[in-house]
Design a protein around this ligand. Sequence first.
Ligand code: IVH
Length: 693
Amino acid sequence: MPLELVEERAAKLRAEIERHNHAYYVLDAPTIPDAEYDRLFRELQALEAEFPALQTSDSPTLRVGAPPLKEFPSVVHGVPMLSLNNAFAEAEVAAFDARVREGIELTSGEVDYAVEPKFDGLAISLTYRDGVFVRGATRGDGATGEEVTENLRTVRAIPLRLVGQGWPAELEVRGEVLMLKADFERLNAHQREKNEKEFANPRNAAAGSLRQLDSRITAGRPLSFFAYGVGVGANQLAARTQDEIMLRLAGWGFPVASERRVVSGVAGLMAYFAEVGNRRPSLPYDIDGVVYKVNRLAWQDQLGFVSRAPRFAIAHKFPAEEATTEVLAIDVQVGRTGAITPVARLKPVFVGGVTVTNATLHNEDEVRRKDVRVGDTVIVRRAGDVIPEVVAIVPEKRPMRSGRDLFELEPLHPCFILPAICPECGSAVEKPADEAIARCTGGLYCPAQRKQALWHFASRRAMDIEGLGDKLVEQLVDAGLVHTLADLYQLNLATLAGLERMGEKSAQNLLAAIEGSKNSTFARFIYALGIRNVGEATARDLARHFGNLEHLLAADEAALQQVPDVGPVVAASLLAFLHEPHNRSVIEKLLAAGVHWPQGEPETAGPRPLAGKTFVLTGTLPTLKRDDAKALIEAVGGKVAGSVSKKTDYVVAGEEAGSKLEKAQELGVAVIDEGQLMVLLAEIGAQNLMTRN
Ligand code: IVH
């Protein structure tokens, strides 16, 4: 056959196979018998095998997986992948709607919301260039994810080439990868037959399948996908509403939830919540709530974001699942920062999709308040990914014995008492009068704290030392090989290979991973130190703000509080940590060992005269765009909030300012116009910033 004809035939086969895929996996309406499909597929495979040059990146033959990777490369998301705020009660939904209305200054009529199930799977991002799937990534921490393109290619419901027309040259579709309940049951039955480990629930099965370095394994797992939005390219869709975006996605071949709808106002939201709640057991996939998004995109833009979640959307969650079981023992656990947490050891019970054997009792006061004792029957609750907790005891079921007076009964077991010394290291346990949490005072002398500090340091989002899990950390600490974080970088092949269950090859791999971790980022390094109250987001803000370690180490309380979301508590934690001589020395040793990152400059070297001042922008400003006005204010330390309260210092009002202006007048907040804002900025010397924006 002449090559052109082969090429033509291959293209035809690809299109046809993908059409059948779409019919089967997206529309759930197969168009041909399986055997016929297999025949087409094999024909294409044979052609591509004979003429490898004909294989294209969107060929369905690639859905069977590719050779394994060593690791997943990182991907920086073009538009951050945010999280959603949660609501559990109607009052919270009503408050959300009220905030929306205030934000868009709507005084009459209802807001329309695009609503759909909240899939209990994994968020992913799919990039299409000129309609061809080129890259897939996990959400990761929202800013950076892992590239799992080959794995996602194996998911039959994900189009490899878009159908129809009108997509932007670069289109990033977002949605959820999950495993249907029926597929999950089949997979587990299969695992049982093969004597392999079963998965706890569909979510875990989907997560485990997606994180395979060998995509041929992923290909054998029945994953599904539902699209719920667009990241990069969203503003080129010429859509007016969320609903239109979804229609467009469906038209290009993406599966979207058939339960999706547009409803009006709080009443519409609550009716939808009840409806989906009723249908939850019969839906083909697990969901943990529903999601509400303001339908009109112009309003979404206007509402914007607060910290890491949009103001225009919210997740309305179903109540957590509960079960009863028995308390076998009450132990205490020592956390990374010394926090002593009482933990109930439970008779295993299946709740919320997993078998629970431990549940947190939070702190001593909580145990006393709930009066949980050994032998008690308790109600255990588990919601989503959160740690299971003991809600209450069932008093009638408490084991009793007769007391001194024969007719009186007393509990068989005494009430819980927090140990006065740390069970891990013997140091004193202290509880400041105004705090609920007791802490071990042993610091990094306490092996429990040391182990967790090391484990945190090595974790994926910190220094990312692959292979250094909790078991190994335990061994390293118990063998006395590692005392401080910096000791990790002094390990050598001889000592490592001498450890139990550690072969020479794994020792080499670990050393390579430790070496690789030296090349890091400032934000990861700050996070890795494990400073109390400094999570990933704060670490990133600190890194961006201070640019380099010298500036961070030199910062005083006031300087620290200039960083977004850093208040007195976080600032105090930072100062306490950074001024501790032992910690300073560990930091120095880490740097001396070669840990490094690209050096940056502080975000704004200049003064921040508007620090602590809050502005609200309303109406249309004559010359400045809202975002520009916001950037100008923030550049000199001011904050821009979405709604007016007593804490607002200035309301900047433009044309057609509505309810926010009224509210400002009501509360006696200063109202200025754009001209006055410019004068204010000029007075404090921010003019130079204006040209920059
Ligand atoms: S919209 C701007 N819609 O929920 C936020 N998210 O807490 C865009 N999720 O990790 C998210 N189902 O993976 C949206 N129908 C749905 C969803 C959904 C599940 C997940 C999402 C994200 C998390 C946000």
